[in-house]
Design a protein around this ligand. Structure first.
Ligand code: DOR
Ligand code: ZN
Ligand code: ZN
Length: 357
């Protein structure tokens, strides 16, 4: 019948937006468990975000992450650098080691927030690389980012795009601004109604959309460059405890099954899925190609997503109870089987990666 009635061979998926929490919050996740979750979800290359405590805003902090990751990672791992007014002085030093510069223009998890106009201007002006400035810019804040990208001719990547932002991004594309955007699975597969059931487990930034905006996002999929998980694990206790909820949800292990289910339902084609989860992120972030690396999936299997059998240290998913499709049989990285039928094999052979220049 459909293309899904067989063993599927996909390229290793790529996620430019994950929070692996090491160092600083390894009760939530660490390089080992985070990359295991990635591989179990079909990803073979992922990029880690800088909002750790301490943040990745200096060459020392970046080198510390690189050292911590070596020998522990099950897939290839690269890094994004954190922007603050004072981290601009390091940009030239680190530009060849990172895939993107992350600017937090709104408050979220972690210590990074750049609110002043002056600091934002300085950051955009100082970024020396042709690689993207990645922004957490909710709602209309995205327009400030677009203005700065235009002013300084920088490449801009809008993280976790929401329905209200697509027009501004489209217009910027028409004006030849170098701009890309990503959509997250929680905004595609959940909406505000799910918060009743999920409580704090349905809280993230930007928040879940109305049903109408969720549908609008689906209708704009052809305008969106890639799908990123924004894998942002917090422990169950941290999610439940006061004061203040922790924002963010894990996503690495559930994105592919949810997307394959969407392929079955005709909401996205398999070709577009591959473009949005592998081809485009590799191209836009200059991520090196991986030889002899692929994922074999028994795509006939449909199952209910559960909190069991997850490799993420937080051990829960906001997609619990939803239907997923496809069981990963094997993940092969550089010719070596690293994962087969739910088990990891051999040693962690992931490499720390750097952009192709
Ligand atoms: O919900 C979120 N969680 N949004 C972010 O921007 C950060 C992330 C996190 O690191 O927990
Ligand atoms: Zn964000
Ligand atoms: Zn994030």
């Amino acid at each position: 019948m459909s293309k899904l009635d067989k063993i599927l061979k996909l390229p290793g998926l790529v996620d430019v937006h994950v929070h692996l929490r090491e160092p600083g919050a390894t009760q939530k996740e660490d390089f080992r468990t985070g990359t295991m979750a990635a591989v179990a979800g079909g990803y073979t290359q992922i990029l880690d975000m800088p909002n750790n405590t301490p943040p990745t805003t200096s060459p020392n902090a970046l080198n510390q992450k690189i050292d911590l990751a070596k020998g522990k990672i099950w897939c290839d791992l690269g890094f994004n650098f954190g922007a603050t007014a004072s981290s601009t002085k390091y940009f030239r030093k680190i530009e060849n080691k990172v895939f993107g510069l992350k600017v937090y223009m709104n408050q979220t998890t972690g210590p990074l927030l750049v609110e002043s106009e002056e600091d934002r201007d300085l950051i955009f002006k100082s970024w020396p690389s042709s690689l993207p400035i990645m922004v957490h810019a909710e709602g209309e804040t995205v327009e400030i980012a677009i203005k700065l990208a235009k002013k300084y001719h920088k490449s801009l990547h809008v993280c976790h795009v929401t329905a209200d932002q697509i027009n501004a991004i489209e217009n910027a594309k028409k004006e030849n601004v170098l701009i890309s955007c990503e959509v997250c699975p929680h905004h595609l597969f959940l909406n505000q109604f799910d918060i009743q059931k999920l409580g704090p487990f349905g809280l993230m930034k930007p928040p879940l959309l109305s049903k109408k905006d969720q549908e609008k996002l689906w209708s704009k999929m052809d305008k969106i460059d890639m799908i990123s998980t924004d894998h942002a694990p917090h422990t169950k206790e941290e999610k439940m405890n006061q004061p203040g909820p922790k924002f963010g949800v894990p996503g690495l292990e559930t994105t592919l099954p949810l997307l394959l289910k969407a392929v079955e339902e005709g909401r996205i084609s398999l070709e577009r899925l591959i473009e949005m989860t592998a081809t485009n992120p590799r191209k836009i972030f200059k991520i090196p190609t991986q030889k002899n690396t692929y994922v074999l999936i028994n795509s006939k299997i449909t199952y209910k997503i559960s909190n069991k059998n997850l490799f993420t240290k937080c051990r829960w998913t906001p997609f619990v109870g939803m239907e997923g499709r496809g069981e990963i049989q094997k993940v092969i990285i550089r010719g070596k089987t690293v994962y087969e039928n739910g088990k990891f094999i051999g040693r962690p052979i992931g490499k720390v990666i750097y952009p192709r220049i």
